[in-house]
Design a protein. Structure first.
Length: 443
């Protein structure tokens, strides 16, 4: 290989991290009942990867949080631009979706700590600044494999055409899973001039709601944290693994058949984290360097109608009001129905596209059903396409497919889990694909 060929394959890269573990006593996110953090099982982190080629820099930041919100990401991006020269459209900030982390949302079932939320942008920006301060000559290596047996579609189609959430063997009238999974695990590995692995981004579609479930009273990054620690144990403590959550809105870890393997809790979290670390290492150890190191980023906002309260929801609300004992989730539905401010209005939905050579990242601001992620991969012009949910902000809790939006399963319930119109998923996918093709056409 000539020196000129080798030089064309090289760029500069840096990785950094910051601990974002909140103080004990904060409310934990991800459920509708009260959970308070009484201990730290393992720290939460913001992990950053910065890539530079010529006069362009991109930043990826993965945060061990349940979601990302506009006030946090916008403030962090302002600091990142000022201190690192990376414009907002070139910095993607996403959440891993751990359910044993702090609440960030101002309108969630659990109150947040405003003091923690206000300090979070500084920590996220610090992880990027650390990556910029210690950059090195690098090559980038994309890879893919499949990891089966860890992700399962958690929705099921019934005989009457409706859909339901739960374990198939405990439900009546279930015909088959309501959707697929995406078994593909993709990686982008960063090696230094000596060929050592220095950082890795991993894209896979699987809910991190494993280690504690609805009874947790501790803070944890869940299985993405186990994956990161496992990879660091192989390659070195300074190696960062960024988990970029795939389209996992209807995908979780619970096997739909009876099994002797762990199904939840710390043992399950460790099993998944170690296994997916192994799949990521398998990718990394055989991945060839990219010749194409084009860097590009674009962020656009599209208008999508919010869900507007209708007769069907009103009937459900009447039924709930007539119920003597309501659970926390039902009470939240009633509160949201009374205060719903979005009838007849449009949401400003941010679509974020990054290009790193042969790799495309499609950042979407919600929990996205898996079929939408598969569609992005199918029609994308890129060799590798990473759907990245919970990116930058939050336009809805879930975004189901147009078909599934009216079938009644969790993730499609209006107001509680679906904020946008039934066709929002298609509109987001179409906008992302249009932006991807425009980016690749201009080279």
């Amino acid at each position: 290989m000539s020196q000129s060929t080798q030089a064309a394959r090289t760029c500069k890269a840096g990785n950094g991290r910051a601990i974002v573990t909140p103080p004990l006593g904060v409310k934990l996110a991800g459920y509708f009942h009260d959970r308070i953090a009484k201990s730290v099982h393992d720290d939460l982190h913001a992990r950053a990867l910065v890539i530079e080629k010529g006069d362009r820099r991109l930043a990826l930041v993965s945060c061990d949080l349940v979601t990302m919100c506009e006030e946090v990401s916008a403030a962090a991006k302002e600091m990142i631009q000022r201190e690192c020269g990376i414009p907002p459209e070139s910095a993607l900030i996403c959440a891993t979706h751990t359910h044993t982390g702090p609440e960030l949302r101002s309108d969630a079932a659990m109150p947040r700590s405003d003091e923690y939320v206000h300090g979070l942008p500084r920590l996220i920006a610090d992880s990027v600044r650390s990556a910029c301060d210690f950059m090195f000559e690098a090559t980038l290596h994309p890879g893919r494999t499949e990891a089966h047996g860890y992700a399962f579609n958690r929705l099921h189609r019934r005989k009457d055409g409706s859909e339901v959430f739960g374990l198939a063997y405990s439900l009546e009238g279930v015909v088959a899973p309501a959707g697929p999974i995406d078994p593909e695990l993709q990686t982008l590995t960063v090696r230094d001039a000596e060929g050592r692995i220095r950082a890795m981004a991993v894209n896979y579609a699987l809910h991190p709601d494993v280690i504690g479930g609805g009874t947790a009273d501790f803070l944890s990054a869940d299985w993405p944290g186990v994956m990161a620690r496992t990879i660091a144990s192989i390659y070195g403590d300074n190696v960062d693994c960024l988990f970029l959550q795939g389209a996992a809105g209807d995908v979780n870890h619970q096997p739909q058949i009876l099994t002797y393997m762990p199904i939840k809790g710390p043992r399950k979290s460790e099993q998944i984290g170690r296994a997916l670390a192994g799949a990521a290492i398998y990718c990394a150890e055989r991945a060839e360097p990219m010749d194409d190191l084009t860097l590009d980023g674009v962020m656009q906002t599209i208008a999508i109608p919010y869900y507007t309260r209708d007769a069907a929801l009103l009937e459900e609300v009447k039924r709930l009001r007539a119920t003597e004992k309501l659970g926390p989730m039902d009470k939240y539905v009633l509160e949201r129905f009374e205060s719903w401010p979005y009838d007849g209005k449009d949401a400003a939905v941010a679509i974020h596209i990054l290009r790193i050579g042969e790799v495309a990242l499609a950042g979407l601001p919600a929990e996205i059903f898996v079929r939408i992620g598969l569609e992005l991969k199918q029609y994308s012009p890129a060799r590798y396409t990473f759907p990245v949910e919970l990116a930058n902000t939050r336009a809805s809790t879930y975004v189901p497919t147009t078909d599934q939006a009216e079938r009644g399963a969790y993730g499609a319930w209006p107001i509680l889990s679906r904020w946008l119109c039934a066709d929002a998923g298609r509109r987001m996918s179409d906008a992302a694909l249009k932006a991807l093709h425009a980016m690749w056409d201009r080279g």
